[in-house]
Design a protein around this ligand. Structure first.
Ligand code: R5P
Length: 257
């Protein structure tokens, strides 16, 4: 791996702990004005000081993030569908690598739908984005999107994560599940977990704790942070779990709910 690629990955996964707290605020790319993200600039500014990186679309980056902020950017580079459209897996690459370079991003992210109707298309998207990004030393985070009909179990998630790594993804984002250690062990690149739909704060903190205990390199969490009654408290609590191995119970006690 070249020096630029390594440097960009270390901007996201902190070398001091080997872990990361990524803040995902890219939901609008198919959900529109998601609850908690109606005014993205405001919530992003509040949470930014506690995020190791910010995952979002180029539209939100241009309009809703202070360009003076030093936070590493993970740019969503796939989409072109919506929650009311035909099939969520019908994704395209939505950003040129040239634009990603112009936006000075630390990584790009793209969803794959293993087992979905447009599986082949999304895997080809991943492979071609990686090939292009390799030329510039930009890492690619593959997001294993799970269709409604798919089971979020270790067998399926191992399959999806491993395929992403085989195609050359530098990091993989997936969901936590029972036997998560198996997913991590069979994926040779760092794995981070999504938070998923909003759940009670205590459960979300337990999810983060269990994920890093079982080998995740951290979280790429969105709704369970920005939809919390105490979003800043929540991201700080998640940080303490991910970077300091604080228990979920102790971290929960710091929240102002
Ligand atoms: C989903 O495809 C998006 O990339 C989200 O950013 C991702 O699911 C993480 O957000 P959440 O923790 O809300 O699931």
């Amino acid at each position: 791996m070249d020096c630029g690629m390594k440097n960009r990955i270390s901007q996201i996964i902190k070398p001091e702990t080997g872990r990361t707290v990524m803040l995902a605020v890219d939901h609008g790319y198919f959900l529109g004005p998601t609850t908690g993200l109606e005014e993205p600039r405001k919530i992003i500014a509040e949470l930014l000081p506690y995020a190791d990186s910010l995952m979002l679309t180029r539209g939100m980056l241009r309009t809703s993030v202070d360009p003076n902020a030093s936070v590493p950017i993970v740019l969503r580079a796939s989409g072109a569908n919506s929650i009311i459209g035909d099939d969520l897996s019908n994704e395209a690459i939505t950003v040129s690598v040239k634009d990603a370079v112009r936006l000075n991003v630390s990584a790009v992210a793209l969803s794959i739908y293993v087992g979905g109707k447009y599986e082949h298309q999304t895997l080809k998207n991943l492979a071609s984005l990686i090939s292009e990004c390799e030329e510039y030393g930009i890492p690619v985070l593959a997001v294993t999107a799970v269709g409604k009909e798919m089971a979020r179990d270790a067998k399926y998630l191992s399959l999806a994560c491993r395929i992403a790594a085989e195609l050359g993804a530098h990091m993989v984002k997936t969901y936590y599940c029972d036997d998560f250690e198996k997913v991590v062990k069979s994926c040779p690149v760092p794995v981070v977990i999504a938070g998923g739909k909003k759940i009670p704060e205590k459960e979300a903190l337990e999810l983060a704790y269990n994920a890093v205990r079982d080998g995740a390199a951290g979280v790429d969490m969105g709704r369970n942070i920005f939809q919390s009654k105490d979003p800043v408290g929540m991201i700080k609590a998640v940080r303490s779990i991910v970077h300091e191995n604080v228990s979920a119970e102790k971290a929960y006690k710091t929240l102002k709910l």
